[in-house]
Ligand binder design. Structure first.
Ligand code: NDP
Ligand code: OXD
Length: 313
């Protein structure tokens, strides 16, 4: 039984070697050295080359290295086998940390204090209570749901938005296109943890920023996007910051990655840029999970965390 590891833009050998430890019964092959393609029954991928997966005639399942699967679904020639996304408490915990850090950074006016420090200025700014700040979390799945709960525990006035209606203690839940405007109107800090799909592509744009709460205690809306760069329109973010429609932004994901040196986002004084590292998949965690899933599947059990191709996540 062979598994092909095909990880673009990542140190592939680290994952392949770990998988050999976790699944000694598997023959682990490294792309582009696929060998006899008829032997390959599983694939662990990140941004696989288009057409690669459909060239594997015995493929039984595709494992995504990450929680997102947009990097797989953009291949127009995918074989009809289950696609499994990565769900893991460690990945969730890291994302919760990123979201809490950035919400608190904006809430506690850290841009203003960093500017004051540069001027040697000792001046304590008026600080709103967390309970007066509306934080809206787009996406209430594994990551967004956990982040929303943590923000509520920190005392923020939290709302969440998802495709189907959720019920969560202490969190005001909105759903679907019909719930979006009301959700935005009570959100001063907007956290995006949506998957990139045909429905969500480009939705963080000028029209959406105009609907955010303009008169909350922070003095203007803030965008935090750790979902995917394809969810936002970078030119609109820059224009909204210039126009005062947005007060600040924390961006971990970008339309083009790495973010081109020429992007004004790098130099904007009210933008925090991080290199798609909000939550990074740990090799031991994904390899253990893939090895366990394959063992269970071969014993006749269904795979967990299989995505719905129609929905795109
Ligand atoms: P899930 O699939 O668990 O959750 C997705 C959520 O988005 C669900 O609540 C879903 O609603 C909601 N949703 C999807 N489409 C729509 C829509 N059209 N309208 C409203 N809500 C919608 O995903 P995860 O939480 O595990 O991950 C989310 C994303 O985070 C990943 O797809 C990936 O892009 C990104 N990510 C980024 C990382 C980083 O380091 N920056 C690391 C890991 C992931 P419902 O619950 O009703 O289905
Ligand atoms: C993921 C990511 O999807 O790291 O897991 O972006």
């Amino acid at each position: 039984m062979a598994l092909l590891v095909a990880l673009s833009e990542l140190p592939q050998e680290k994952w392949a070697a770990r998988l050999e430890v976790e699944a000694p019964g598997l023959e682990v092959r490294r792309w582009p050295h696929a060998g006899r393609r008829e032997d390959i029954e599983f694939a662990l991928v990140w941004k696989p080359p288009a057409g690669l997966l459909s060239s594997l005639p015995a493929l039984k399942a595709i494992f995504s290295l990450g929680a997102g699967v947009d990097h797989i679904l953009e291949d127009p020639h995918l074989p009809d086998v289950p696609i499994v996304r990565f769900v893991d408490p460690d990945l969730t915990q890291r994302m919760v940390e990123y979201v809490a850090l950035h919400v608190l950074f904006h809430h506690r006016q850290m841009f203003a204090y960093i500017e004051q420090q540069a001027r040697g200025e000792w001046n304590d700014l008026r600080q709103a209570a967390a309970g007066r700040v509306g934080v809206g979390v787009m996406g209430l799945g594994e990551l967004g749901g956990a982040a929303a709960r943590q923000l509520a525990a920190l005392g923020f006035k939290v709302a969440g938005w998802s495709a189907s209606r959720h019920t969560m203690d202490g969190i005001e839940c909105f759903a679907g296109p019909e719930g979006l405007d009301a959700f935005l109107a009570r959100s001063e800090i907007l956290v995006c943890l949506l998957p990139l799909t045909a429905q969500t592509r480009g939705m963080l744009d000028h029209r959406l920023f105009e609907k955010l709460s303009p008169d909350g205690p922070l003095g203007g809306p803030v965008l935090i996007n750790a979902g995917r760069g394809g969810l936002h329109v970078e030119a609109d973010i820059v224009a909204a910051l210039e126009a005062g429609l947005l007060k600040g932004a924390s961006l971990d994901v970008f339309e083009d990655e790495p973010l081109p040196r020429s992007s004004p986002l790098w130099r904007h004084p009210r933008v925090l840029v991080t290199p798609h590292c909000a939550s990074v998949t740990a090799p031991y965690a994904v390899c253990t999970s893939v090895a366990e899933q394959i063992a269970r599947f071969e014993a006749g059990a269904p795979l967990a965390n299989v995505i719905d191709r129609e929905r795109g996540y």
